[in-house]
Structures are given as structure tokens and as C-alpha cells.
Design a protein around this ligand. Structure first.
Ligand code: GTP
Ligand code: MG
Length: 292
């Protein structure tokens, strides 16, 4: 795996040349993969987590990238796919990228740069100068702003774009996410699209240092959108309330109650906060990694 990013990160105890895993959940995305793969930086570990696609997503991925890692998720949903992909990732840094062409992998160096400069979690934001979206309707933009404000009040943070799932983080942050790749079986909390909100909330609650990175969201290239502004807004609201209740009942559960409140910054300003100890998720992975 080639290293990418800026050098000299070792002042903060970070690898100077981190290795990078890109986790891409796929559900019938064969027609979009060529575009996505073409824009990936060279040398990164590419992990496709497939949700039993009925098109030739997996074959297409293999034909486009000799070393692609194919992971079959344990249950259903994007959240479970990400959990399985994170468990399989070997890089120092993990990047989450959608397979539909909406997130541009050419932005990965900006996310890595923010991490190497001192962030624990680099969160994409369409609301920062330099970011944007061709896919966000006025209604969704307003809803996103309201929901971001609600989370900022409840969790004392400063997200500008809660409902966006293009992020990168150091692998040592995985315990704060507490996602379960786990056993096959019925759907669990965090397995579905609620994962994006859940990740952002747990990170905010954990006291990790978050830096927002401007990101531009494109339209899905091929295929149909599964989004509905009202039902998705309600799902995000339910997730916020569920996580708030869970963390109030048990503040020591992941993300743990912070010793200090999370520090938020716009892209690339560097104030070190605290480091999470280097640990792997305690759970033994049961996802299926091809060739393992
Ligand atoms: N493995 C896996 N991937 C999924 C699943 N559901 C969605 N995905 C992938 O997750 C990414 C985001 O899903 P999308 O359907 O694009 O959802 P969205 O980006 O929130 O909304 P639209 O693009 O507007 O429909 C895409 O790469 C999908 O292929 C799933 O159940 N399993
Ligand atoms: Mg999409």
C-alpha cells in the first residue's frame, strides 16, 4: 500500500506517512465504479463491501482494480457494510466513500491532510467555502441546517453539515464509533442509513478532535436515489434522539463522555486535543473477506 499525505506528522505521535484504506459500500453500483475507481489516489487499499448486489458490481470491481479487497457484509444496510469494511481495513487512516459517484475520491488528499495536521476525524462539509452540492434541494438544505443545529446544541459541537457521510479518520478512533460488524442475523441499531448521523454524534460526544473539510457532492451518476426528504429527515431526527437518550442513560458507552468537550475547526487549523489510545475493536470480525 502506498502512503499518501503530507510528511512530518510524527510530532504528534502520528505516522508521518500513513497508509490509507478506502471503504466503499456497494449495492448495485457496477455502472458507477469505473468513474469512482478512476478518481482514487494511487496506492490506497480499496475495500468494496458488497450488499449482495444483483448486478455485476463485484466482477466490475475486480476487473477495474487488481488488488481490490472484496468484503461481504454480515447483515443488511449501509451501516453494517461500513462496519464490516472498517473491520477489514488495514490502513492507518480509513476513508468512507460512496460508490454512486456523488463523493469525489480526488478529495481524499484534503481529508488526509487534515488528519496528518492533527485532526482525529476529518468530516466532509458541503457548507464550507470550497464545498457544495449539485444534489441538495432547498428543502433538504434547510432540513440539514436545522438538524445540524439541533445536534450542535445537544452535543455541544459545531457541525455545519450533519447529513453528509464523506469522512476520514485514524483507525484508532474505531472504538469511539462502536459499530458492530458482528454476526449475521436481524438488523441492529446502526446497520442502516442512520449510520452517518450516528457516527457524527458518537465522534462529537467522544471528545475527539474534528476538522471539517470542504467537499463537493455530485449527483448520483447512474441508478435511482433512495432518498426522500421527509422520511430521511425523520430518520435522522430519530437517530439524534435515540443516541442522545442512550448517551444520557449510559454516558460511559461509546462515544464516551469526553474529558473535555470536542474541539471543532474548519479545514486545517491545527490545535491538538487528546489522542485515543491505539486499540482495535474488541470484537472478533465475522465479516467475510475474500481470499482471507
Ligand atoms: N453494501 C451495501 N451498500 C449499500 C447499501 N445501501 C446503500 N449502499 C451504498 O451506500 C452508498 C450510499 O447509498 P445511496 O443509495 O447512494 O444513498 P444516498 O447517497 O444517501 O442517497 P442517493 O444517492 O441520493 O440515493 C452507495 O454506494 C450505495 O451503493 C447496503 O445495504 N449495503
Ligand atoms: Mg448517494
Amino acid at each position: 500500500m502506498r502512503q499518501l499525505g503530507t510528511s512530518g506528522g510524527d510530532v504528534l505521535g502520528l505516522p508521518a506517512n500513513p497508509s490509507i484504506s478506502v471503504v466503499i459500500p456497494t449495492l448495485n453500483e457496477a455502472r458507477n465504479l469505473q468513474h469512482v475507481f478512476a478518481r482514487l489516489p494511487a496506492g490506497v487499499e480499496v475495500i468494496i463491501v458488497d450488499g449482495r448486489s444483483v448486478d455485476d458490481t463485484v466482477e466490475t470491481a475486480r476487473s477495474l482494480h487488481r488488488d481490490v479487497v472484496i468484503v461481504h457484509q454480515t447483515r443488511r444496510g449501509k451501516g453494517n457494510a461500513l462496519a464490516c469494511g472498517f473491520a477489514a481495513a488495514t490502513g492507518d487512516i480509513i476513508v468512507m466513500v460512496d460508490a454512486d459517484g456523488s463523493a469525489d475520491p480526488a478529495e481524499i488528499p484534503a481529508f488526509v491532510g487534515a488528519l496528518v495536521a492533527g485532526a482525529d476525524f476529518a468530516k466532509g462539509s458541503r457548507s464550507l467555502v470550497g464545498g457544495g452540492s449539485s444534489d441538495l434541494t432547498l428543502l433538504r438544505k434547510l432540513g440539514n441546517r436545522l438538524l445540524s443545529g439541533f445536534v450542535n446544541v445537544l452535543f455541544n459541537c459545531r457541525y455545519t453539515d450533519l447529513c453528509y457521510g464523506y469522512n476520514a479518520f485514524w483507525r484508532r478512533c474505531l472504538p469511539a464509533l462502536a459499530l458492530e460488524s458482528g454476526e449475521p442475523g436481524p438488523r441492529r441499531w446502526g446497520d442502516g442509513f442512520e449510520v452517518e448521523t450516528l457516527v457524527n454524534i458518537r465522534i462529537a460526544h467522544s471528545g475527539l478532535r474534528v476538522v471539517e473539510v470542504p467537499s463537493y457532492e455530485h449527483d448520483r451518476l447512474h441508478g435511482v436515489s433512495n432518498l426522500n426528504a421527509f422520511s430521511d429527515g425523520l430518520r435522522v431526527l430519530r437517530t439524534i434522539l435515540a443516541e442522545w437518550g442512550r448517551l444520557r442513560r449510559n454516558p460511559a458507552s461509546p462515544g464516551r463522555a469526553p474529558a473535555r468537550r470536542p474541539h471543532f475547526a474548519a479545514a486545517a487549523s491545527v490545535v491538538h486535543q487528546r489522542r485515543v489510545p491505539e486499540t482495535r475493536t474488541p470484537e472478533e470480525p465475522t465479516y467475510l473477506r475474500e481470499g482471507a
